[in-house]
Design a protein around this ligand. Structure first.
Ligand SMILES: Cc1cc2nc3c(=O)[nH]c(=O)nc-3n(C[C@H](O)[C@H](O)[C@H](O)COP(=O)(O)O)c2cc1C
Length: 330
């Protein structure tokens, strides 16, 4: 970190690299699950490079292959999109034996997104990834688009903790737990997941929503409801990240903040709120090369603020009080 001349490419690289759960990240950007398939989605886009991301989270993976939900599965909404893919994936065995060998682990870190309908399925998928080259695992207890599992676990702190504890028993690899915004008390859920042994938290998954076709009076999304992502959810995500940070900082559990990040300014807000890394998902659909400008913008901000490394920015929100003490007013 020390020694590079300010303004040089080496100084930018030094400013952005840091350690996340013991893994070397070249950038605080994490490409989010479901938005880059299994890591190969954007390789055909000229100028796209895995090296622009500290890590890439693969599509949610279950024990057996899943076909996902009936169409329509996505629709555009003001400043965002709804999706109800329903965890379409080829199953963990295929991912481990066929997909992972094709990924270039020299370019970035790869994180699996572990899903299940039962506690046993979460354990089965975690155990299989534990025997693979994957760098870390993200436990998805917050998917709003499947009838069983997912958010059914993530909305109840006791059940969330049970899933984390069960997965913890079968792997030593870093475990990240992805929390749902669709619950009463995200702080309590974060606290229970930390006690159960998660190494990090991902905050937030999508917010439940729906859209109606007025001509037919039918729901646009085949699943009726879907998960809202993109800039529309950014203020919600930012608040949840800060709330979780107030719980997680005492345990030094890092957060991957996410929800609507499009610009360097968005990413910087999440870092200040308490995120150690920042996820980019929906923005990739309309600008696959967005990571480079976010990286450059973060590095320029750090330099202007006289900060040598991105870790110095994390949780630096200037406020005299805890968020719990602030009344909500209309
Ligand atoms: C089409 C689509 C598919 C997604 N699939 C998954 C998934 O399989 N597992 C998961 O944990 N999150 C999934 N997500 C949620 C994203 O990883 C991310 O948490 C969310 O979209 C918020 O970030 P964003 O606003 O930058 O997109 C999906 C999101 C989208 C838009």
């Amino acid at each position: 970190m020390a020694g590079s001349r300010p303004g040089t490419a080496a100084a930018t690289a030094d400013a952005l690299r840091f350690s996340f759960c013991g893994l070397k990240f070249a950038s605080p950007i994490v490409l989010l699950s479901g938005c880059v398939d299994f890591g190969e989605e954007y390789t055909r886009v000229e100028g796209f490079s895995n090296r622009d991301a500290g890590a890439i989270v693969l599509k949610g993976t279950t024990g057996k292959p899943r076909l996902g939900n009936a169409p329509h599965r996505i629709c555009e909404t003001p400043a965002g999109m709804l999706n109800a893919i329903g965890l379409q994936n080829p199953g963990v065995e295929h991912v481990v034996t066929t997909v992972l060998p094709q990924l270039d682990f020299g370019e970035t870190r790869f994180i699996a997104n572990v899903c299940g309908s039962t506690l046993e399925e979460y354990v089965e998928v975690t155990r299989r990834f534990d025997q693979s080259a994957i760098d870390a695992m993200e436990i998805n207890i917050s998917c709003p688009n499947v009838r069983e599992g997912g958010v059914a676990f993530g909305n109840y702190p006791e059940m969330s903790a049970q899933v984390v504890a069960a997965c913890r028993r079968v792997t030593q690899k870093p475990l990240i737990t992805k929390l749902s915004p669709n619950q009463t008390d995200i702080r309590e859920n974060a606290r229970r997941c930390i006690e159960a042994g998660t190494d990090a938290l991902a905050v937030i998954n999508t917010v439940m929503g729906m859209a109606i076709d007025v001509a037919t009076r039918r729901p646009v999304i085949g699943n009726l409801q879907g998960g809202l992502s993109g800039p529309a959810i950014k203020p919600i995500a930012l608040l949840k990240v800060h709330q979780v940070y107030e719980v997680a900082r005492a345990h030094q559990v890092p957060i991957i903040g996410q929800g609507g990040i499009v610009t360097a300014g968005d990413a910087i807000e999440f870092l200040i709120a308490g995120a150690s890394a920042v996820g980019v998902g929906t923005a990739l659909f309309y600008d696959p090369l967005v990571c480079r400008s976010i990286n450059d913008g973060i590095a320029a901000y750090l330099s202007a603020q006289g900060l040598k490394n991105v870790t110095q920015l994390v949780g630096t929100l200037r406020t005299g009080r805890d968020i719990e003490d602030c009344a909500v007013s209309g």
